[in-house]
Design a protein around this ligand. Structure first.
Ligand SMILES: [Mn+2]
Length: 322
């Protein structure tokens, strides 16, 4: 599969790489490291994300090369590569400008719909960054320090810094290899965990102090409204990880955050589970998807109160039956 993808990529000159809305470390890391690799091969390659770049990632190498919606509107490409994107419209509005071109789809999400002309979808990978690492090495590219930093960042963030169930021996082997290329793990960790803004931790305090729990604490949830974001001067993109704190509570099996999203006027659910509930399946019930321990979905046409009531009662049912 990797050879097929490489030979396909080599056929075209103008290449666009697309990531998903609300980009995480894996998304940004994969699009930028693949962009670097293809440009070393002489390709004209640009990368796009239809979202603001979260504050914590604004210091990563080459981040200013990520373009928004305006760049894709006026350009022509012969090849589009979707990364870390289970369904086409997870790229937001970008998808509307993808036409008359070949599509390569590289992803590790269980819920991927294999929408590409070529699909490399493999859920055994911790991250797309890990897949890109293999690809780039097969392309015969010398891994420089920036590229190693980016790939390490993607692997680290998608494995919760080597804590989640997708942390395999293969992940540690790749991480060790990247450290040999010059990555300093402390630097990457510091960038992710020690760049919070004061408004962020204040909002976090307020959101967590209002967290709710049910079923003897097996389920916990938090609510983030546009009003609260406005009060603290934050954007949706800045509040990615709050749900992790809810999962950190001892008896919690399932943690959900409900974010009032501007996009499509919906409520965005982030679902995290600990041991036995399949978050991907749970999200699929509401039209979303993801991974067994981390997934998400968007519910439209209902207000926050209705969405919370409906999903929590479904969550209780799922938990009671397992
Ligand atoms: Mn990923």
């Amino acid at each position: 599969m990797q050879d097929k993808i490489i030979s396909e990529m080599m056929k075209y000159r103008n290449i666009a790489i697309l990531g998903h809305v609300k980009p995480d470390g894996d998304c940004l890391s994969s699009i930028l490291s693949l962009k670097l690799a293809l440009s070393y091969k002489g390709k004209r390659v640009r990368c796009f994300v239809d979202s603001k770049i979260p504050h914590i990632f604004q210091a990563i190498p080459h981040i200013n090369e990520v373009e928004g919606l305006s760049g894709i509107r006026t350009s022509r490409f012969d090849l589009f590569i979707y990364l870390d994107t289970p369904v086409r419209d997870r790229t937001g509005e970008l998808d509307k400008y993808v036409k008359d071109a070949t599509i390569i789809n590289i992803d590790h999400h269980e819920s991927n719909t294999k929408f590409g002309d070529i699909n490399w979808v493999d859920t055994s990978y911790s991250s797309v960054a890990e897949m890109i690492f293999e690809l780039v090495k097969k392309m015969g590219i010398r891994i420089n320090r920036d590229m190693a930093f980016l790939i390490y960042l993607g692997i680290a963030t998608d494995t919760g810094f080597f804590r989640y169930s997708n942390t395999t021996d293969r992940v540690f082997e790749k991480a060790a290899e990247l450290v040999r290329y010059g990555v300093k793990p402390q630097e990457v960790a510091s960038m992710v965990f020690e760049r919070n803004t004061i408004p962020y931790i204040r909002l976090l305090g307020s959101v967590l102090s209002n967290a709710q729990f049910a079923l003897g604490g097996r389920i916990g949830w938090i609510i983030i409204t546009q009003e609260a974001l406005k009060e603290y001067g934050l954007e949706e993109e800045d509040v990615n990880h709050m749900v992790e704190y809810v999962r950190s509570v001892e008896d919690v099996e399932m943690a959900i955050s409900f974010l009032e999203a501007k996009r499509n006027k919906g409520i965005k659910l982030s679902i995290r589970t600990k041991r036995y509930i399949d978050a991907n399946k749970f999200a699929a019930h509401f039209g979303g998807g993801g991974h067994p321990r981390a997934a998400g979905c968007m519910i439209q046409g209902k207000n926050m109160q209705e969405v919370v009531k409906e999903t929590i009662s479904y969550a209780k049912e799922v938990l009671k039956n397992s």
